[in-house]
Design a protein around this ligand. Structure first.
Ligand code: PEP
Ligand code: MG
Length: 588
């Protein structure tokens, strides 16, 4: 182990800013299970410990089996049945006991190796039947492991002050729970610039560097860390000199931000008086006040799926109604765009086995390509009971404010029509019960997959508004995973194809006289903002934290300059050259 000398690592800059703190390894169940040799005389005790964990797991499942026999659905009953059978399998009983006796190691590590071995064998078989078996094995093994090591996992909500989280990968459901006053930075091996976890880290202002080889941290004696999320640098055990330098940079950032914030109540308008409305993207309904303080014109994108991700179960219609109603009221007449659940892709939760909601995901099987799978509106149309509960809650809340409904991942006009038909049906049902619903609730489509961008003229005719989601549009147009650090070089919001598509969408929305808003992360990029304004975008939605910077940038440009900049940009045909043009022309 290398003693406390300074080591500089380079990775992918994901969330700007300087974080200084102490390392905390954050592991998931599958990682880092210690291997401990046990004395021969304790082997029997170890086997007993395993038998107890197996017995407790069996009792859990029997309880769940009983409940699901009454409440259904039948898929759950059969899944639990097969898990119970699996626990009787010699692999789980005699083979495990033999291995503990022969290898004399702690049960967790033997069990973990055995499960990994099974997963490896089954994973090479593409058949869905075998993929489902892998899922079952993982479920069962997590249950047993949770009885073997119930207290060893640190909760992400209970970290000490100034923690720098080191982990293989951040998932959105955990990142959203992080308390920004306790966590100074994130360092991961996996993760891309617009992964959902990255978006949350930026919205919370937590510096983040990805694509770092985690093995390095195991070879050195760790004392403190600096995360430079602007440059993509991680410094292990910084010297006094380095520490002073970064503390000064951090102070500078804070002062700048305070200055920008002091002007955030001003309008977002160009030097020559063209108004650009700035809305906020929101994941946590409790943050409505923050976005109002930062000068938002309303909520341009409420990522409602976070209600599910942070609770790990679908909220009931009544719970949703109360939340939407409270948000609408707090906005005092400003618009609230609720995007119906964008579940799937990287926004999936590892639910505990037998969990009430796991049957939705079990029914989809193990998707080999989740970003192209049953995500967002596809997921909701597949499970109409979830869609109807959410829409009913939104319709009921519409009586308390200016609510809009946004459909994620529309790839065909039929999806807009189907959702509208459900809204119309529910409206009639609610009216029959004398429940008040707003007269008009605009329904919009996210333009975030190539087919919807290409067919935007047809969508603009039937939708009430369009919302361009560049985070996904870039991923799907360029076939570059937004969450993968190895495709970050290919993932460009400044790709010529993206600018052309944005121009097309703006033109179609204009011809149909429908509003268009842009809510991807590039709306907060000072170099891209003037280009987007020049392309005709007049409404942006960004994380509340970024609003002061976005307004400040808009207030530096004249509309004619922005149009000329955009015209020039549209002439470029190669991504790198276009990127260079934009960065040179906007450096002011
Ligand atoms: C987008 O895709 O640009 C978007 C705003 O939605 P999300 O980041 O939640 O996928
Ligand atoms: Mg999206």
């Amino acid at each position: 182990m290398v003693k406390g000398e300074e080591i500089v690592l380079r990775g992918l800059p994901v969330s700007k800013g300087i974080g200084i703190g102490f390392p905390i390894f954050f592991t998931s169940w599958d990682e880092d299970i210690p291997e401990i040799q046990i004395p021969k005389k304790e082997v029997d005790q170890e086997i007993d410990r395993y038998r107890r964990a197996l017995k407790q797991s069996r009792e859990d499942l029997e309880r769940l089996h009983k409940i699901s026999l009454c409440e259904g659905p039948s898929e759950i009953v059969s899944i639990i049945g097969s898990h119970l059978e699996m626990m009787q399998d010699p692999m789980m009983t005699t083979l495990m006991e033999e291995k503990i006796r022969d290898l004399q190691r702690n049960t967790e590590s033997i069990f973990h190796h055995l499960i990994e071995e099974y997963k490896r064998r089954f994973s090479t078989l593409q058949d869905t039947y075998f993929q489902e078996r892998v899922r079952d094995i993982v479920d069962v093994s997590r249950r047993i492991l949770s009885h073997l090591r119930p207290l060893t996992r640190i909760k992400i909500t209970e970290l000490p002050h100034n923690s720098v989280i080191l982990t293989h990968e951040l998932v959105p459901s955990e990142t959203v729970e992080v308390n920004a006053s306790l966590v100074s930075g994130f360092v991961t091996a996996a993760g891309g610039i617009t992964s959902h976890a990255a978006i949350i880290a930026r919205a919370k202002g937590i510096p983040y560097v990805a694509n770092i080889d985690m093995k390095v941290f195991k070879r050195v004696e760790l004392q403190s860390l600096i995360v430079d999320g602007s440059q993509g640098i991680v410094i292990i055990n910084p010297t006094r000199k380095t520490l002073k330098k970064y503390q000064a940079i951090k102070r500078g950032h804070l002062q700048n931000y305070k200055l920008l914030k002091s002007a955030s109540h001003l309008k977002g308008e160009t030097v020559d008086g063209y108004e650009v409305r700035i809305f906020a993207n929101l994941e946590n309904p409790k943050e409505v006040d923050l976005l109002l303080r930062n000068g938002a014109a309303g909520i341009g994108l409420f990522r409602s799926e976070y209600l599910f991700l942070s609770k790990r179960e679908f909220p009931s219609e009544e719970e949703q109604f109360q939340i939407y109603k409270k948000m609408a009221r707090s906005l005092r007449g400003r618009p609230l765009v609720i995007r119906i659940f964008d579940i799937g892709g990287d926004k999936k939760v590892d639910l505990a086995p037998g969990h009430r909601d796991s049957h939705y995901f079990n029914r989809l099987g193990n998707e080999l390509n989740p970003a192209l799978g049953c995500r967002a509106v596809r997921f909701l149309l597949r499970f109409p009971e979830l869609l109807e509960a959410q829409l009913r809650a939104i319709l009921r809340a519409s009586a308390f404010g200016d609510i809009h409904i946004l459909i994620p991942m529309v790839s065909d006009l039929s999806e807009l029509r189907e959702v509208r038909a459900v809204i119309d049906k529910l409206r009639i049902e609610l009216k029959a019960k004398n429940i008040k619903v707003a007269k008009s609730i605009p329904v919009g489509c996210m333009i975030e997959v190539p087919s919807s961008a290409i067919m935007c003229d047809a969508l603009a005719q039937e939708a009430d508004f369009l919302s361009i989601g560049t985070n996904d549009l870039v991923q799907y147009v360029l076939a570059a995973d937004r969450g993968n650090p190895h495709t970050s070089e290919l993932y460009f919001a400044t790709h010529p194809s993206i600018l052309r598509l944005i121009r097309m969408v703006v033109a179609s929305a204009g011809s149909a006289r429908k509003p268009v808003i842009l809510c991807g992360e590039c709306a907060a990029d000072p170099a891209l903002i003037p280009v987007l304004i020049g392309l005709g975008i007049r409404e942006f939605s960004v994380a509340a934290r970024h609003i002061p910077l976005v307004k400040h940038t808009i207030r530096k440009w004249r509309i004619l300059e922005a149009c000329r900049l955009a015209e020039g940009a549209l002439e470029y045909t190669a991504a790198q050259e276009l990127k260079q043009y934009i960065s040179e022309e906007t450096a002011r």
